[in-house]
Design a protein around this ligand. Structure first.
Ligand SMILES: [Zn+2]
Length: 311
């Protein structure tokens, strides 16, 4: 990551690689001092320089071990790891000579956490980092006498390397956030959703037959089309505001077919339509959608259409 970088998708922070440049001088299970643990020693672009590193997510300082320039951090919220897991992160950074973290301190994602260094038992300037994908803070010795967390993961399963320059990656399968897509929030199904050409829609509601066109199978519905009764009556309504009756069924005003004779009367009858239509065009200004009803293009208010699954 770079300084100040943030990455939040679907309301969850991506756990970012804290380093701008990553040169791994000792990897997981390294024979020297990482035996049986999943830690990396990371130096920067040039050896010997105390480069800063940054908060991979919003973190809280839980513990300080000043003799080794060491801090235990924990994510404030659950985060998304590079292996797709969503959980708390608890991690250790070690060897910061100029350690100034305080227990309880909160550091926002992208802000500086510390500097690479040599404090403690370090060979050359680096940051020792190891990460647990849990909120378990136990820090115990393994069978080789080396401290470690429970639930440690290899670091290529932990952090995303967006904007990290990998100089020596130790053969890790380093991932950027685009390799772990986040499912978009499902679109709510409702009459207020944004329609587009190709949307499959159904009529939403019970509609009054305000006027019936003599000798044709067309009716006017003021509510659905926004045309006034007078304009229908005086033949001022556009042809696309007259609706073919074919797909509509007579109901009472509450939508029940009980007791209906399916003989529609202008100014009295109510109808429903249960078919699915495809939106051909959208007019944002009038909030209308064009659909084809029985071979006739008509414009109706989008408000009275609701989108259904395309399948
Ligand atoms: Zn180390």
């Amino acid at each position: 990551m770079k300084k100040g970088q943030k990455s939040i998708r679907g309301g969850i922070e991506d756990f970012l690689c804290p380093f701008t440049d990553m040169y791994i001088s000792q990897g997981s299970n390294g024979a020297y001092s990482h035996k049986g643990i999943m830690a990396n020693d990371v130096r920067g672009l040039q050896a010997g320089i105390r480069y800063p590193y940054y908060a991979p997510c919003k973190v809280k300082c839980l513990k300080i071990y000043s003799e080794s320039g060491q801090t235990m951090w924990q994510s404030v919220n659950k985060v998304r790891f590079a292996n797709g897991r969503i959980d708390y992160a608890t991690f250790m950074t070690v060897h910061d000579d100029s350690l100034d973290a305080k227990v309880g301190q909160i550091v926002e994602q992208g802000n500086q956490l510390g500097n690479m260094g040599t404090k403690g038992n370090a060979t050359g300037v680096h940051c020792h980092i190891e990460i647990s994908q849990s909120n378990d803070t136990s820090w115990t010795k393994n069978q080789y006498g080396i401290y470690h967390f429970n639930n440690e993961y290899d670091l290529d399963d932990c952090y995303f390397v967006d904007n990290t320059n990998i100089i020596k990656g130790n053969g890790g399968n380093w991932k950027t956030t685009d390799k772990v897509p986040v499912n978009p929030t499902p679109t709510p199904v409702g009459a207020d959703q944004l329609l587009y050409p190709g949307s499959k829609v159904k009529f939403d509601g019970v509609f009054k037959v305000d006027i019936l066109k003599r000798n044709s199978n067309l009716f006017g519905c003021c509510e659905l089309t926004g045309v006034t009764y007078n304009d229908y009556y005086n033949e001022r309504a556009k042809t696309y505001h007259w609706l073919p009756l074919d797909d509509f069924t007579e109901v009472d005003r509450y939508g029940s077919t009980k007791g209906q004779d399916d003989v529609v009367t202008g100014g009295q009858s109510y109808v429903i339509n249960k078919n699915i239509y495809e939106v051909k065009e959208i007019d944002i200004k009038s909030n209308s959608a064009k659909i084809n009803l029985n071979g006739k293009d008509i414009w109706v208010y989008s408000t009275y259409l609701y989108e259904v699954s395309n399948n």
